[in-house]
Design a binder for this molecule. Structure first.
Ligand SMILES: [Zn+2]
Ligand SMILES: [Zn+2]
Length: 272
Protein backbone atom coordinates (compact mmCIF):
# COMPACT_ATOMS: atom_id res chain seq x y z
CA UNK A 1 0.00 0.00 0.00
CA UNK A 2 1.35 3.40 -0.89
CA UNK A 3 0.79 6.40 1.37
CA UNK A 4 -1.18 9.49 0.32
CA UNK A 5 2.07 11.41 -0.09
CA UNK A 6 5.72 11.34 0.94
CA UNK A 7 8.47 13.57 2.14
CA UNK A 8 10.76 12.18 -0.55
CA UNK A 9 14.10 13.78 0.29
CA UNK A 10 15.70 12.93 3.65
CA UNK A 11 19.16 12.05 4.90
CA UNK A 12 20.72 9.92 7.65
CA UNK A 13 23.88 10.09 9.71
CA UNK A 14 25.58 7.74 7.22
CA UNK A 15 26.44 10.79 5.07
CA UNK A 16 28.43 12.25 7.99
CA UNK A 17 26.75 15.64 7.87
CA UNK A 18 23.21 14.67 8.96
CA UNK A 19 21.72 13.28 12.15
CA UNK A 20 19.57 10.24 12.87
CA UNK A 21 18.56 6.98 11.24
CA UNK A 22 15.46 6.16 9.17
CA UNK A 23 13.67 5.08 12.39
CA UNK A 24 14.11 8.57 13.84
CA UNK A 25 12.75 10.22 10.68
CA UNK A 26 9.78 7.83 10.62
CA UNK A 27 9.06 8.58 14.30
CA UNK A 28 9.00 12.30 13.55
CA UNK A 29 6.79 11.68 10.48
CA UNK A 30 4.34 9.76 12.70
CA UNK A 31 4.29 12.62 15.20
CA UNK A 32 3.60 15.19 12.48
CA UNK A 33 1.06 13.17 10.53
CA UNK A 34 3.29 12.74 7.46
CA UNK A 35 2.04 9.44 5.99
CA UNK A 36 5.17 8.42 4.07
CA UNK A 37 8.91 9.09 3.84
CA UNK A 38 11.44 8.18 1.18
CA UNK A 39 14.97 8.07 2.57
CA UNK A 40 17.41 9.50 -0.01
CA UNK A 41 20.82 9.74 1.58
CA UNK A 42 23.89 10.89 -0.39
CA UNK A 43 25.06 7.94 -2.50
CA UNK A 44 28.75 7.12 -2.99
CA UNK A 45 30.46 8.53 -6.08
CA UNK A 46 33.37 7.07 -8.08
CA UNK A 47 36.93 7.37 -6.80
CA UNK A 48 35.99 8.08 -3.19
CA UNK A 49 35.41 11.70 -4.18
CA UNK A 50 33.99 13.77 -1.27
CA UNK A 51 33.92 10.68 0.92
CA UNK A 52 33.67 12.92 4.00
CA UNK A 53 30.09 13.90 3.13
CA UNK A 54 28.53 10.65 1.87
CA UNK A 55 28.25 6.93 2.57
CA UNK A 56 30.86 4.55 1.15
CA UNK A 57 29.90 1.76 -1.29
CA UNK A 58 30.57 -0.73 1.54
CA UNK A 59 27.94 1.01 3.68
CA UNK A 60 25.08 0.47 1.20
CA UNK A 61 23.99 -2.82 2.88
CA UNK A 62 23.89 -1.12 6.29
CA UNK A 63 21.83 1.71 4.76
CA UNK A 64 19.34 -0.81 3.37
CA UNK A 65 19.23 -2.65 6.71
CA UNK A 66 18.35 0.60 8.51
CA UNK A 67 15.57 1.29 6.01
CA UNK A 68 14.24 -2.28 6.28
CA UNK A 69 14.19 -1.95 10.06
CA UNK A 70 12.18 1.28 9.87
CA UNK A 71 9.79 -0.32 7.35
CA UNK A 72 9.07 -3.12 9.83
CA UNK A 73 8.83 -0.90 12.88
CA UNK A 74 6.48 1.67 11.33
CA UNK A 75 4.35 -0.57 9.11
CA UNK A 76 0.73 0.62 9.09
CA UNK A 77 1.68 4.04 10.47
CA UNK A 78 4.36 5.53 8.20
CA UNK A 79 5.24 4.02 4.84
CA UNK A 80 9.05 4.04 4.56
CA UNK A 81 10.67 3.81 1.13
CA UNK A 82 14.24 3.35 -0.10
CA UNK A 83 15.92 5.93 -2.29
CA UNK A 84 19.26 7.51 -3.04
CA UNK A 85 20.34 11.07 -3.78
CA UNK A 86 23.01 10.70 -6.45
CA UNK A 87 25.43 13.39 -7.60
CA UNK A 88 25.40 13.72 -11.37
CA UNK A 89 28.27 14.92 -13.46
CA UNK A 90 29.18 13.97 -17.04
CA UNK A 91 31.21 10.75 -16.85
CA UNK A 92 29.32 9.29 -13.87
CA UNK A 93 26.77 7.45 -16.04
CA UNK A 94 28.24 3.92 -15.81
CA UNK A 95 28.62 4.26 -12.06
CA UNK A 96 25.02 5.42 -11.81
CA UNK A 97 23.79 2.43 -13.84
CA UNK A 98 25.49 0.13 -11.34
CA UNK A 99 24.01 2.01 -8.37
CA UNK A 100 20.52 1.77 -9.88
CA UNK A 101 20.95 -1.99 -10.18
CA UNK A 102 22.44 -2.38 -6.70
CA UNK A 103 19.06 -2.93 -5.03
CA UNK A 104 15.30 -2.57 -5.37
CA UNK A 105 15.07 1.19 -5.07
CA UNK A 106 11.84 3.14 -4.88
CA UNK A 107 13.34 6.43 -5.95
CA UNK A 108 16.56 7.54 -7.66
CA UNK A 109 17.02 11.26 -7.17
CA UNK A 110 19.68 13.04 -9.24
CA UNK A 111 21.45 16.17 -8.01
CA UNK A 112 23.79 18.68 -9.58
CA UNK A 113 25.66 20.19 -6.65
CA UNK A 114 28.06 22.52 -8.51
CA UNK A 115 31.06 20.82 -6.90
CA UNK A 116 33.13 20.38 -10.08
CA UNK A 117 36.29 22.33 -10.84
CA UNK A 118 34.60 24.16 -13.73
CA UNK A 119 32.16 25.74 -11.26
CA UNK A 120 34.96 26.89 -8.96
CA UNK A 121 36.66 28.62 -11.90
CA UNK A 122 33.51 30.53 -12.82
CA UNK A 123 32.87 31.34 -9.19
CA UNK A 124 36.28 32.96 -8.75
CA UNK A 125 35.79 34.80 -12.03
CA UNK A 126 32.57 36.21 -10.55
CA UNK A 127 30.56 35.10 -13.54
CA UNK A 128 27.14 34.20 -12.16
CA UNK A 129 25.53 33.93 -15.58
CA UNK A 130 28.10 31.50 -17.02
CA UNK A 131 27.92 29.54 -13.75
CA UNK A 132 24.14 29.36 -14.02
CA UNK A 133 24.30 28.34 -17.71
CA UNK A 134 26.70 25.50 -16.85
CA UNK A 135 24.41 24.38 -14.03
CA UNK A 136 21.28 24.27 -16.20
CA UNK A 137 23.11 22.43 -18.96
CA UNK A 138 24.22 19.79 -16.43
CA UNK A 139 20.70 19.57 -15.01
CA UNK A 140 19.23 18.95 -18.49
CA UNK A 141 21.99 16.43 -19.27
CA UNK A 142 21.21 14.60 -16.03
CA UNK A 143 17.57 14.29 -17.14
CA UNK A 144 18.62 13.13 -20.60
CA UNK A 145 20.68 10.22 -19.20
CA UNK A 146 17.40 8.49 -18.29
CA UNK A 147 19.06 7.30 -15.06
CA UNK A 148 17.06 9.41 -12.61
CA UNK A 149 13.38 9.54 -11.68
CA UNK A 150 13.63 13.17 -10.64
CA UNK A 151 16.15 15.96 -10.06
CA UNK A 152 16.53 17.93 -6.85
CA UNK A 153 16.34 21.66 -5.94
CA UNK A 154 16.55 22.99 -9.53
CA UNK A 155 17.97 26.45 -8.85
CA UNK A 156 20.85 26.10 -6.38
CA UNK A 157 23.09 28.75 -8.07
CA UNK A 158 20.91 31.42 -6.43
CA UNK A 159 22.58 30.59 -3.10
CA UNK A 160 26.05 31.32 -4.50
CA UNK A 161 25.31 34.95 -5.33
CA UNK A 162 22.12 35.78 -3.44
CA UNK A 163 22.57 39.50 -4.14
CA UNK A 164 23.26 38.94 -7.87
CA UNK A 165 20.59 36.34 -8.64
CA UNK A 166 18.77 38.04 -11.49
CA UNK A 167 15.85 36.01 -12.87
CA UNK A 168 15.45 38.20 -15.95
CA UNK A 169 18.99 37.59 -17.18
CA UNK A 170 18.76 33.81 -16.94
CA UNK A 171 15.13 33.20 -17.90
CA UNK A 172 16.05 32.01 -21.42
CA UNK A 173 18.77 29.70 -20.10
CA UNK A 174 16.29 28.17 -17.66
CA UNK A 175 13.59 27.91 -20.33
CA UNK A 176 15.87 25.99 -22.68
CA UNK A 177 16.90 23.56 -19.92
CA UNK A 178 13.27 23.05 -18.87
CA UNK A 179 12.32 22.31 -22.49
CA UNK A 180 14.95 19.54 -22.52
CA UNK A 181 13.82 18.20 -19.13
CA UNK A 182 10.14 18.25 -20.17
CA UNK A 183 11.04 16.11 -23.19
CA UNK A 184 12.43 13.40 -20.85
CA UNK A 185 9.46 13.21 -18.45
CA UNK A 186 11.83 13.46 -15.44
CA UNK A 187 10.23 15.21 -12.43
CA UNK A 188 11.70 18.15 -10.49
CA UNK A 189 11.67 18.87 -6.79
CA UNK A 190 10.08 21.63 -4.79
CA UNK A 191 12.59 21.65 -1.94
CA UNK A 192 11.49 23.37 1.26
CA UNK A 193 14.96 23.69 2.81
CA UNK A 194 15.80 26.78 0.73
CA UNK A 195 14.04 28.99 3.25
CA UNK A 196 16.98 28.33 5.63
CA UNK A 197 19.58 29.52 3.10
CA UNK A 198 21.12 32.88 2.05
CA UNK A 199 18.40 33.49 -0.55
CA UNK A 200 15.51 32.56 1.71
CA UNK A 201 12.90 30.96 -0.48
CA UNK A 202 12.14 27.40 -1.56
CA UNK A 203 13.88 25.83 -4.59
CA UNK A 204 12.96 26.56 -7.22
CA UNK A 205 11.69 30.16 -7.18
CA UNK A 206 8.00 30.72 -7.96
CA UNK A 207 8.78 32.05 -11.46
CA UNK A 208 10.59 28.80 -12.29
CA UNK A 209 7.67 26.77 -10.91
CA UNK A 210 5.41 28.62 -13.35
CA UNK A 211 7.80 27.88 -16.23
CA UNK A 212 7.77 24.21 -15.19
CA UNK A 213 3.98 24.17 -15.10
CA UNK A 214 3.82 25.65 -18.62
CA UNK A 215 5.87 22.64 -19.75
CA UNK A 216 3.85 20.09 -17.72
CA UNK A 217 6.91 19.06 -15.68
CA UNK A 218 5.89 16.96 -12.66
CA UNK A 219 6.87 18.03 -9.14
CA UNK A 220 7.60 16.09 -5.97
CA UNK A 221 8.04 17.53 -2.46
CA UNK A 222 11.19 17.19 -0.38
CA UNK A 223 12.28 18.71 2.92
CA UNK A 224 15.94 17.71 2.36
CA UNK A 225 15.95 17.11 6.13
CA UNK A 226 19.39 16.52 7.60
CA UNK A 227 17.82 16.18 11.08
CA UNK A 228 14.60 14.35 12.01
CA UNK A 229 12.88 17.51 13.31
CA UNK A 230 12.61 18.87 9.73
CA UNK A 231 10.51 16.01 8.26
CA UNK A 232 7.67 17.48 6.20
CA UNK A 233 8.56 21.03 7.18
CA UNK A 234 7.09 23.78 5.02
CA UNK A 235 4.83 21.42 3.09
CA UNK A 236 1.56 23.38 3.50
CA UNK A 237 3.31 26.48 2.10
CA UNK A 238 4.87 24.43 -0.68
CA UNK A 239 1.46 23.13 -1.76
CA UNK A 240 0.20 26.71 -1.78
CA UNK A 241 3.11 27.77 -4.04
CA UNK A 242 2.34 24.89 -6.39
CA UNK A 243 -1.29 25.92 -6.58
CA UNK A 244 -0.32 29.52 -7.32
CA UNK A 245 1.89 28.25 -10.16
CA UNK A 246 -1.12 26.42 -11.61
CA UNK A 247 -0.42 22.88 -10.42
CA UNK A 248 -3.33 20.65 -9.36
CA UNK A 249 -1.31 17.47 -8.66
CA UNK A 250 1.89 16.52 -6.87
CA UNK A 251 3.90 13.38 -7.54
CA UNK A 252 6.09 10.85 -5.77
CA UNK A 253 7.79 7.58 -6.74
CA UNK A 254 7.28 4.04 -5.48
CA UNK A 255 9.22 1.13 -7.01
CA UNK A 256 10.47 3.76 -9.46
CA UNK A 257 6.97 4.39 -10.81
CA UNK A 258 5.51 7.87 -10.64
CA UNK A 259 2.23 8.35 -8.77
CA UNK A 260 0.31 11.65 -9.00
CA UNK A 261 -2.06 12.88 -6.29
CA UNK A 262 -4.46 15.83 -6.25
CA UNK A 263 -2.96 18.67 -4.22
CA UNK A 264 -6.36 19.30 -2.60
CA UNK A 265 -6.45 15.78 -1.18
CA UNK A 266 -2.93 16.07 0.27
CA UNK A 267 -3.56 19.56 1.63
CA UNK A 268 -6.66 18.35 3.52
CA UNK A 269 -4.58 15.75 5.37
CA UNK A 270 -1.81 18.24 6.10
CA UNK A 271 -4.19 20.64 7.75
CA UNK A 272 -5.27 18.06 10.32
ZN1 LIG B 1 23.48 16.78 2.48
ZN1 LIG C 1 19.66 16.18 -0.16
Amino acid sequence: MTALYYDAHLHTRLCRHAEGEPDDYAAEAARRGVPGITVTDHAPVPGGFESAIRMTPEELPLYRAWIAHAQETWRGRVDVRAGLECDYRPGFERWQQRLNRSGDWDFILGSVHCNMRSYRRLYYRFDPEAYTRLYYDHLARAAETGLFDALSHPDVPKFMWPERWNPDRIRDTIGRALDRIAATDVALELNTSGTLKPYPEMNPSPFILRMMRERSIRVFLGSDAHEPARVGSGFPGALELLREAGYVKISFFVERNRIDRPIDEVARVLRK
